[in-house]
Write a protein that binds this ligand. Structure first.
Ligand code: ZN
Length: 471
C-alpha cells in the first residue's frame, strides 16, 4: 500500500486514486526564457521517479507538464536580445527538451503550452468573473482573493496576516494587495491575444489551472512542484480552479525540497548558479540522478562537486555488475547451478521503501545491497546458470533502470539507434512539409498516418512540426 505526504492535509495518507487504474499527475514546467538550473532538475527528476514508480505499480499515468511560453521574463529577454518573444520561447523550449532527455527524464504524456491554450484560459477567466471571483479594471483582470474563503489552505497562510505583510504595490487598481492578475493588458509592442477585456496575455497562475483542467479534468490525483511554488503559485491555482469549477482541484499535493550549493542559496549574484547543462557537461545523467536519489524528496539537498564525484564513483559498482551479467549472458552457457538467490525479498524491500512516502534513498540502499549480494554469489561459485544472470538483469532493469534511472541496460547501441531514428523522422517531416506546400495532402496525410502506426505522433505548431514517441 502506497502512502504519501500530502501538503494539503499535512499528513501521510494512503494513496487512493480517483480511478483505480489511471492516475492523473501534473507538474509545473519551466518558463522558457533560459536554460533550467540544477534545482529545477531536482524537481523534474524526483517527479520522474515518482511517476515511474506509479507505473511500476501498474498504474496508467497521464503525466502533464506545462510550458510557460509567454511571460514577463520572456518579454524582457526578447527586448534584451532584440528578437520576438516567440523566438526566445522556441529556443529555450528546444533546450529544455534536449536537457530533460539527457537527464533520462521520461517524456510527459503531453506538454501543453500557454500560447496554445488561450481559449481555455479565457473561458476560465470568464467563469471566475461570472462567479464573482474576479474583476476587470480597464483591461486588467484580477482574482479577488477575499472571495475565496479557503485561501491559504495549502500554504497555511492567513489572508489577514498576508495583507499586513504585503508590500504596497504600484498597481492601485487592485482592490486588495493580495489580488493577482489573471489577464494582463498588453503594453505597446508586447505580444498579445484578443479578449473581451481587450488585448492582453494570461497571468502565470491561470495557465496551470486551465491546462490541468483541460487535460486531467476538474479534479485530479497528484499535483507536484518545488517547495517554492506552494505560495503563491499553487495556492492561487487552488483558488482559481475551485472558484471556477466549484469542485476540489487536487487530491494529493507533493512538494520537493530546496537545493543549496555548498550550503549557500544558489544565485547568479553569488556566482554559484549552475544550469542542468553545466552539470551534464561534467557528470553523467545517472550520477546526477543517483545523487538526487540519495536525499529524501521532501528534504533539502546540498549540492557540490565532491558529492557528485562520489555518486559517479558509486555507480561503478552497478556498472561492474552489469558488465559481469552481460558477459555471462553473451557466453550463453548451458547447465550450471542455481545459487538460490532471494529475489522476492529484494523486490519486497524495494517496494516497501517506495511505498513509504517514496523513500527513494532507502530504495537506492536496497539496490546497493542487491549488488553486494549478487557479487558475493558470483565470487562464491564460478558455475552459475544462465537463468540466474538473466534474473539479476531483469531485477536491475525493473528497478534501478526503469524506476530510478541510475543505470541503463540499453546503453551505447540503443543510443545511436534512436539518434538515427530521430534523423529519419525529421527527413519524413520535411518530405511531408514539401508535399503539403505542393498541395499533395494525400501524401502528407499518409506520412502522418504511417508514423502514427509506429507510435510516432506529429504535431503541427506555429514553429513547425514536432514529434512525440509513445513508449
Ligand atoms: Zn503551475
Amino acid at each position: 500500500m502506497l502512502k504519501l505526504y500530502n501538503t494539503l492535509t499535512k499528513q501521510v495518507e494512503e494513496f487512493v486514486p480517483l480511478n483505480p487504474q489511471n492516475v492523473g499527475m501534473y507538474i509545473c514546467g519551466p518558463t522558457v526564457y533560459d536554460y533550467f538550473h540544477i534545482g529545477n532538475a531536482r524537481t523534474f527528476i524526483m517527479a520522474d521517479i515518482i511517476r515511474r514508480y506509479l507505473e511500476y505499480k501498474g498504474y496508467n499515468v497521464k503525466f502533464v507538464m506545462n510550458l510557460t511560453d509567454i511571460d514577463d521574463k520572456i518579454i524582457k529577454k526578447s527586448i534584451e536580445e532584440k528578437v520576438p518573444a516567440s523566438d526566445v520561447a522556441k529556443k529555450y523550449s528546444e533546450a529544455f527538451f534536449e536537457d530533460i532527455k539527457r537527464l533520462r527524464i521520461k517524456p510527459a504524456t503531453i506538454y501543453p503550452r500557454a500560447t496554445e491554450n488561450i481559449a481555455e484560459i479565457l473561458s476560465m477567466i470568464k467563469a471566475l468573473i461570472d462567479n464573482g471571483a474576479a474583476y476587470n479594471v480597464d483591461g486588467n483582470v484580477f482574482y479577488n482573493v477575499s472571495s475565496f474563503k479557503q485561501y491559504g489552505k495549502l500554504s497555511g497562510k492567513r489572508i489577514d496576516e498576508l495583507e499586513v505583510g504585503a508590500r504596497v504595490e504600484v498597481m492601485e487598481e487592485k482592490q486588495n494587495p493580495l489580488d493577482f492578475a489573471l489577464w494582463k493588458k498588453s503594453k505597446e509592442g508586447e505580444p498579445y491575444w484578443k479578449s473581451e477585456w481587450g488585448n492582453g496575455r494570461p497571468g502565470w497562475h491561470i495557465e496551470c489551472s486551465a491546462m490541468s483542467c483541460k487535460h486531467l479534468g476538474e479534479t485530479f490525483d497528484i499535483h507536484a512542484g518545488g517547495n517554492d511554488l506552494i505560495f503563491p503559485h499553487h495556492e492561487n491555482e487552488i483558488a482559481q480552479s475551485e472558484a471556477a469549477t466549484k469542485k476540489p482541484f487536487v487530491k494529493y499535493w507533493l512538494h520537493f525540497g530546496f537545493l543549496n550549493i555548498n550550503k549557500e542559496k544558489m544565485s547568479k549574484s553569488l556566482g554559484n548558479f549552475f544550469t542542468a547543462r553545466d552539470v551534464l557537461a561534467k557528470y553523467s545523467a545517472e550520477a546526477i540522478r543517483l545523487f538526487f536519489s540519495q536525499a529524501h524528496y521532501r528534504g533539502p539537498v546540498d549540492f557540490n562537486n565532491d558529492l557528485l564525484d562520489s555518486a559517479e564513483k558509486g555507480l561503478e559498482k552497478l556498472k561492474n555488475l552489469r558488465s559481469t551479467i552481460e558477459s555471462a549472458v553473451n557466453k550463453n552457457k548451458s547447465g550450471g547451478v542455481d545459487p538460490g538467490f532471494n529475489f522476492q525479498d529484494f523486490e519486497k524491500r524495494f517496494k516497501d521503501a517506495l511505498d513509504d512516502d517514496f523513500n527513494i534513498p532507502q530504495a537506492v540502499a536496497v539496490i546497493f545491497d542487491f549488488v553486494k549480494e549478487a557479487n558475493r554469489t558470483i565470487s562464491d561459485k564460478d558455475n552459475l546458470q544462465l537463468n540466474y544472470y538473466l534474473a539479476l538483469k531483469d531485477f536491475l532493469i525493473k528497478t534501478a533502470d526503469n524506476v530510478l534511472g541510475i543505470i541503463s541496460f540499453e546503453h551505447k547501441e540503443m543510443k545511436s539507434d534512436s539518434l538515427l531514428e530521430n534523423e529519419l523522422i525529421k527527413i519524413l517531416i520535411d518530405v511531408r512539409l514539401k508535399a503539403k506546400n505542393e498541395k499533395n495532402f494525400q501524401l502528407a496525410d499518409d506520412i502522418r498516418k504511417k508514423l502514427e502506426s509506429f507510435g510516432i505522433t506529429l504535431k503541427d505548431t506555429k514553429e513547425g512540426t514536432e514529434f512525440f514517441k509513445r513508449d
